[in-house]
Design a protein around this ligand. Structure first.
Ligand SMILES: [Ca+2]
Ligand SMILES: [Ca+2]
Length: 227
């Protein structure tokens, strides 16, 4: 944040073995602070406080023969605090929910199921308060949740990316895979540790490598949270 950002598309992003194929690049919608120079295949910009959070960017390369390839990646703008710095507040669920409901409401047990309990969904967006807490969205605002994103890197690696809360050791996140949406098992972790990019004092953007399904098969991925 506040630091100029420059990123040169690595030639390997598009695995085209003919290096003098004269690739031309185009990009999908960019966040307002970021520009792309197709001549040099370089992104640049300086994000501000209003730009915190992740964006997904799609780049399409076209060679002289008109063949196209696209790759999608995420760029996350993070605040200047380090994970253990002064901005990294550990915020437990009771403190978090108290930001949204008055002390009088929180003292009324009858409102647990409809307003402030872990299972309640007061904004009616289909995510209960535990999910809103775990994935760092707002329990009283509909439509602010970020989706879990599945993307494929230029090298063919498949990634599952999502935003999650930091600083609460009770929260555990598991990326799971299923062939039928009924039976779920852990997605392979032998591919390496997930990448984490801090979004703000209380959340981070995680990208976890997962195994690609075998040819001609479909797989579903989900992120399961345990509290
Ligand atoms: Ca909700
Ligand atoms: Ca919400």
């Amino acid at each position: 944040m506040g630091v100029p950002f420059t990123f040169l598309l690595p030639p390997s992003a598009f695995g085209d073995p003919d290096t003098d194929d004269g690739l031309t690049f185009s990009v999908g919608p960019l966040p307002g602070w970021l520009t792309f120079n197709p001549a040099t295949a370089t992104f640049s910009g300086t994000p501000g406080a209003a730009n915190l959070g992740p964006s997904t960017i799609t780049v399409t390369a076209r060679d002289r023969d008109g063949l196209e390839a696209s790759t999608t990646f995420a760029v996350a703008v993070v605040s200047g605090t380090t994970p253990n710095g002064p901005g990294a507040l550990a915020l437990a669920y009771p403190d978090w929910i108290a930001r949204y409901f008055s002390g009088r409401m929180l003292a009324d047990e009858r409102l647990s199921a409809s307003a402030w309990g872990l299972d309640a969904d007061p904004d009616g967006d289909g995510r209960n308060n535990l999910e809103e807490y775990a994935f760092a969205s707002n329990p009283v605002t509909e439509g602010d949740a970020l989706p879990v994103v599945l993307s494929r890197g230029g090298d063919g690696q498949l990634w599952v990316s999502y935003r999650r809360r930091t600083g609460d050791a009770r929260l555990a996140f598991h990326v799971e895979v299923s062939a039928d949406l009924q039976t779920w098992q852990p997605a392979a972790t032998v591919l390496g540790e997930p990448h984490a990019a801090r979004i703000d004092a209380q959340s981070e953007w995680i990208s976890a490598p997962v195994s690609s399904p075998a040819a001609d098969t479909a797989r579903f991925f989900r992120v399961r949270v345990i509290y």
